[in-house]
Ligand binder design. Structure first.
Ligand code: UD1
Ligand code: CA
Length: 474
C-alpha cells in the first residue's frame, strides 16, 4: 500500500470534498447517528474525513443533520467543516446545503457510510475524472444483485442517466452497473446545475442523480468512472456494520502479513488501520491493537491483550491478558500476564512488570522489576529497583490531590510496603517488608516501619488479661 501521508497525490485541479452525512440511518435501530458508528474502531465519518485529507483535499465539508453536535465533535478536530442541512430533502439538497458556491476546482462527493473505500480508490476515481475531461462523473460498480441501487443507463456505451430503483422500469432494473453514490464534478458546473434539479420523482426528493441528464442537456461532458465493488458498499444496518469491521480487520491483517508480521490467526485479530507493526513481531489471536500504536520489530503480543496508542520498542514481550494504554515500553521489557499499564507511563529497557501490576503515570527504570500484585501511581522508579509483591504507592490523599513517590536506583522494596506520598526514597535503600513509609529515606539506608512482633510463650487465649495484651504492641 502506498503511503499517501508521505506522498500526496498530485491533481491538476484543486480538490474539495463534500461528504453526505445528514441521515439518521433508521435501519441501524440505534439512537447514534449512522455515520458515528465505529467500523474497525473508528467512527465511519472520521475514516472518510481522514481519507479525504490524506489524498490532499483542500476543504472537506460534511453535511450534517441528525446528531449534528456529535458529528461536529468527531469531524472538526480532523479539519472537517460541518454544514447543516435543516430538513432532508434528498441528496441534491444535501449537496446544496454544503454551499459549494465558493468552491473551485474539482468537487468529490462522498457518502459518510461507505467504509470499505480505500484512499487509493479515491485517488483512482479523481485521476479517471481528470483523464476523461468530464464536467460531471458518477462512480459506478458492477453488482450481481444491484437491489435498490440507482442504475447506470447507457446508450451505445455512453452514459445517459441514473435511474433510481424506485423509479425504474422492469427492464432498467436488470442493469447491473449501479451508482455507488459517489460523484466528481467541476465546481462551476456543479453550481450551475444544482439549482436546476427538481423534486418531481417517486419520493418527491431532490435527486443528485438528475445532474447527469441536466449536464448532458447543457452540452456538458458526463461519464461513469468504474470502481471496485467495495466502493459501492454502504452500511445500512448493524449486520453490515459488523461485516465491514470484519473486512477491514482482515485487510489490515493481510497487509501486516505482507509486510512480514507474524499473525497467528488473521481471522481473530483486531488491529486498527492506523497501527504500525515491525517485521518478525508476532501477534497471537484475540489481540486488539488500536489508535496510533507503534510496535517495533521482534515484539511478541500474546493472546487477549488490548493495546491502545502505545509505543513498543524492539523485542518487547507482552504476555497474555495485558492492557496497555498511551504508554511507552522500551527495548526487551517484559509485561504480564495480566499487566495494566495506564497512560503516561514509561517502562524502561529490560524492565519486568509481572502479573496484577498496575502502573499509572510512572517512569519505571531500566532493568527494574515489579513482579506481582502492585500498584504504582504518580511515581518515578529508578534503575535496577526491585519492587516486592504487594507494594502500593498511596498517591491519592484525603485532600483529593495526587502526590508523587520517587524511589532511587538500586533500591530494594520489601513485599507489602506502602509509600505515603509525597515521598522520596534514595538510591540503594532497603525497605523492610510490611512497612508503611511516611518519611523520606536517604541513600543506602534501611527503613522499617511496622509493628514490632510480639511473642507470648505458652499463650492461653482463655485468660482475660491475655486477650487484652494481644491487642497491644507489648
Ligand atoms: C443514493 C443514490 C443511488 C445510489 C445510492 C448508493 C440518489 C437519489 N440516489 O440512494 O442512485 O445507488 O445512493 O448508496 O442520490 N443524505 C443527506 N441528506 C439527504 C439525503 C441523503 O445527507 O437529504 C445522505 C445520507 O445520509 C447518505 C447519502 O446522502 O449518506 C445517500 O443517501 P441515501 O438516502 O442513502 O440515498 P439512497 O437512497 O441510498
Ligand atoms: Ca444509501
Amino acid at each position: 500500500m502506498t503511503n499517501l501521508k508521505a506522498n500526496k497525490p498530485s491533481f491538476s485541479l484543486e480538490l474539495n470534498v463534500i461528504v453526505l452525512a445528514a441521515g439518521k440511518g433508521t435501519r441501524m435501530s440505534s439512537p447514534l447517528p449512522k455515520v458515528a458508528h465505529p467500523v474497525a474502531g473508528t467512527p465511519m465519518i472520521q475514516r472518510v474525513v481522514r481519507q479525504a485529507k490524506d489524498i490532499g483535499a483542500k476543504e472537506v465539508r460534511v453535511v450534517v443533520g441528525y446528531g449534528e453536535a456529535l458529528i461536529r465533535q468527531l469531524v472538526e478536530p480532523l479539519g472537517g467543516i460541518c454544514k447543516v442541512q435543516t430538513s432532508q430533502q434528498g441528496t441534491a439538497d444535501a449537496v446544496r446545503s454544503a454551499q459549494p458556491q465558493d468552491l473551485t476546482g474539482m468537487v468529490l462527493i462522498l457518502n459518510g457510510d461507505h467504509p470499505l473505500i480505500t484512499a487509493e480508490d479515491l485517488v483512482g476515481i479523481v485521476k479517471d475524472f481528470e483523464q476523461g475531461s468530464y464536467d460531471v462523473a458518477v462512480v459506478s460498480s458492477i453488482l450481481n444483485q444491484p437491489k435498490s441501487y440507482g442504475r447506470i443507463v447507457r446508450s451505445g456505451g455512453e452514459l445517459q442517466a441514473i435511474v433510481e430503483a424506485k423509479d425504474a422500469s422492469h427492464e432498467t432494473l436488470k442493469i447491473q452497473e449501479v451508482n455507488t453514490g459517489i460523484y466528481v464534478a467541476r465546481a462551476e458546473v456543479l453550481n450551475q446545475l444544482l439549482p436546476k434539479i427538481k423534486s418531481n420523482n417517486a419520493q418527491g426528493e431532490y435527486y443528485l442523480t438528475d445532474i447527469i441528464e441536466l449536464c448532458k442537456q447543457d452540452g456538458g461532458s458526463v461519464g461513469a468512472v468504474k470502481a471496485p465493488k467495495r466502493v459501492s458498499f454502504g452500511v445500512n444496518n448493524q449486520q453490515e456494520l459488523a461485516q465491514s469491521t470484519r473486512i477491514l480487520y482482515r485487510r489490515k491483517a493481510k497487509q501486516l502479513m505482507d509486510d512480514g508480521v507474524v499473525i497467528v490467526d488473521p481471522a481473530n485479530t483486531y488491529i486498527d488501520e492506523s497501527v504500525e507493526i515491525g517485521q518478525a513481531s508476532v501477534i497471537y489471536p484475540n489481540v486488539m491493537i488500536r489508535g496510533n500504536t507503534k510496535i517495533a520489530p521482534y515484539c511478541v503480543v500474546e493472546s487477549s491483550c488490548v493495546i491502545s496508542s502505545a509505543q513498543l520498542d524492539e523485542g518487547v514481550i507482552v504476555k497474555a491478558m495485558s492492557h496497555l494504554e498511551n504508554c511507552i515500553i522500551r527495548e526487551r521489557a517484559e509485561l504480564g500476564p495480566y499487566a495494566r499499564i495506564r497512560p503516561e507511563s514509561e517502562v524502561g529497557k529490560e524492565a519486568r512488570i509481572g502479573n496484577f501490576v498496575e502502573l499509572k503515570k510512572v517512569k519505571f527504570g531500566e532493568g527494574s522489576k515489579a513482579g506481582h500484585l502492585t500498584y504504582l501511581g504518580d511515581a518515578e522508579i529508578g534503575k535496577n529497583v526491585n519492587i516486592g509483591c504487594g507494594t502500593i504507592t498511596c498517591n491519592y490523599a484525603a485532600d483529593k490531590k495526587k502526590y508523587r513517590t520517587e524511589i532511587g536506583d538500586g533500591s530494594f522494596i520489601g513485599s507489602d510496603s506502602q509509600f505515603v506520598a509525597p515521598i522520596k526514597i534514595g538510591k540503594n535503600a532497603i525497605i523492610g517488608s510490611g512497612s508503611t513509609i511516611t518519611k523520606d529515606v536517604p541513600d543506602n539506608a534501611l527503613a522499617v516501619a511496622r509493628g514490632k512482633q510480639v511473642v507470648k510463650e505458652n499463650y492461653k487465649p482463655s485468660s482475660p488479661s491475655n486477650l487484652k495484651t494481644t491487642s497491644l504492641e507489648n
